[in-house]
Design a binder for this molecule. Structure first.
Ligand SMILES: [Zn+2]
Ligand SMILES: [Zn+2]
Length: 215
């Protein structure tokens, strides 16, 4: 008797989360993602099929192999991975699992995926990121790019998040985390702050007026 795993027939593609690095092609006319594991496999596009990393002639996810795309069920688990030192600069992808898949306790291994959103953290300096810029490493033909505030990575290739969305295509959305220092303030709070600044400026001008001005 053959033992078979239960078959699932979801009405909608299951959602998963994974960490990855965004990549730009050498001449910056294409974009995609690459895995974080050693080797990482070939970069993949927004909608792509997994290939067996060992070059075996089967379709991932094969039972007796560990090939295929991988994801976690929970966003929190994926975000937790970006705390690890070597993955600090990775982005978190929300993906739709397409084709056949094998379900595990914490995630899935599967044949085909659609990247829906890219969550970008802050620049390495701590400021909010406004673009992707050359991270200084890559894969053959592809440069890895990472979140940048616009002032830290100078000289290398860079793209705005909108440009990256266009290059990667297929309706992928990039969302950058915001520290919220200014945007979360209410209008009355901002007015109060402006009044305070004005009062300090008046005081400053008063102090300055006490000194004779050089001519
Ligand atoms: Zn395989
Ligand atoms: Zn920065």
């Amino acid at each position: 008797m053959r033992l078979r795993l239960p078959q699932e027939r979801p009405a909608e593609p299951p959602t998963g989360y994974k960490i990855a690095y965004p990549v730009l092609s050498r001449n910056a006319t294409g974009a995609g993602f690459t895995g974080v594991s050693l080797g990482g496999g070939a970069p993949y596009g927004a909608l792509d099929d997994a290939r067996c990393v060992y070059g075996r002639r089967h379709h991932p996810p094969a039972r007796r192999c560990d090939c295929g795309f991988h994801c976690l069920h929970s966003l929190a688990d994926a975000l937790a991975l970006t705390c690890a030192g070597q993955h600090r600069r990775a982005v978190v992808l929300e993906i739709g699992v397409l084709g056949s898949y094998i379900r595990y306790e914490r995630g899935m291994r599967y044949a085909r995926q659609r990247v829906r959103t890219v969550r970008v953290g802050s620049c390495a300096c701590g400021r909010d990121a406004v673009r992707f810029a050359d991270a200084g490493w890559g894969r053959p033909g592809w440069r890895v790019v990472a979140a940048d505030c616009g002032g830290c990575a100078l000289g290398g290739a860079s793209v705005t998040f909108e440009e990256f969305e266009k290059l990667v295509g297929d309706g992928v959305k990039v969302t950058a985390e915001r520290s919220g220092a200014v945007t979360d303030r209410t209008l009355p709070e901002l007015m109060a702050e402006a009044a305070l600044l004005q009062a300090r400026l008046d005081w400053f001008e008063g102090q300055l007026a006490r000194f004779p001005m050089p001519d």
